[in-house]
Design a protein around this ligand. Sequence first.
Ligand SMILES: [Zn+2]
Ligand SMILES: [Zn+2]
Ligand SMILES: [Zn+2]
Length: 379
Amino acid sequence: MGIITGDKGSIIGAATILWEDGEKRNNVMWKVPRNIKFNDNIVVREDEIAVFFRDGKALDYIDRPDRYALTSINAPIVGKIVQRLSGVQQQAEVYYLQKKVFDGKFGSKQPYVFEDKTFQLVKLSLFGEFRYKVSEPSNFINYFVGTLSLTRAPEVEERIKEQVVTSMYNVLGKLKEKGMGVVNLAANLKNIEQIFLEDSKTDFAPYGIVIDKISGLYINLPEEVQKAVDTRASMSVLGTNYMGYQTGQAMREAAVNPSGGAAGAGVGVGAGIGMGYMMMNQMGQTGGQQPPVVATPPSPPPAGAPCVKCGASVPQGAKFCPACGAPQGTACVKCGASLPAGAKFCPSCGASQQATCAKCNAKLEPGTKFCPSCGNPTG
Ligand SMILES: [Zn+2]
Ligand SMILES: [Zn+2]
Ligand SMILES: [Zn+2]
């Protein structure tokens, strides 16, 4: 609680209201437990805002630090408030707010059901961290605290977190509408964070809240979906197709367990090695790491674009510069917005950045959402 004391030296019955440090700590808000009256004193410090509230509406707020005596003598300074308090109703509720930014963690309480073309109804949950602050004290008290009848700081924080999760679910819904599949979510966490930040401006403005940072977004997927994601990730690292990927797996198993593993996978040891040999060559050509055991002459590096950072030649399709390691960002094939390295969807227009259909391997016009040959969504 803050201090509410009778101020003996001044007018009888007047109190001084201030938010004690011990109580303030990491609380975004304190509702003063007694109404403020005409002739009371209120202390507002550097990092605080005091909002005066009556009949379901914010009357006014003070965000300049000082000790204010709410008397008619002080009318020029606290005019509007004094006017209101010296009227028919000589009191109002007071809420203190902290101006600083707050760090919070959010997480799903109820799973989100993602309707996926391949996996159908996928229940997923998500969590992460965010940073927020009160940007509009009147809106915050009127439309957030007031409307939801929140009186304690933990309730306020809990509601903000729930709103973050809701907005995050809305972003997922939007991406789903644009044809993104559930297996692409994990690779697009940074994009999702960016879209969320953008959308949060309109989602949170009515509540007088600004979200200025979001980080560590994690989406928890059911096991079978996660497996598909892992498979895709390995494939894209190797720059190979699924057949090649399976062959490579069989080869590795054969190497670990020559007697049983490969046979179980339906590929003979000899075949596995032969195929693996081919694959290593492919890897060399696509800029992957060349295993030292392979005795083929190194193929000349394919002509590539210069690195965005150091200018070294970067093989086509490589996500990182082989010389300096800088990620190679590209522009959206449709709207030209700059993309984070490896993005499969444009964060600004949602267009797919893939060149071939994942199902039938047909060539795709950049930016299309469905394969013209088999109709598969390009996500
Ligand atoms: Zn470079
Ligand atoms: Zn775009
Ligand atoms: Zn297709």
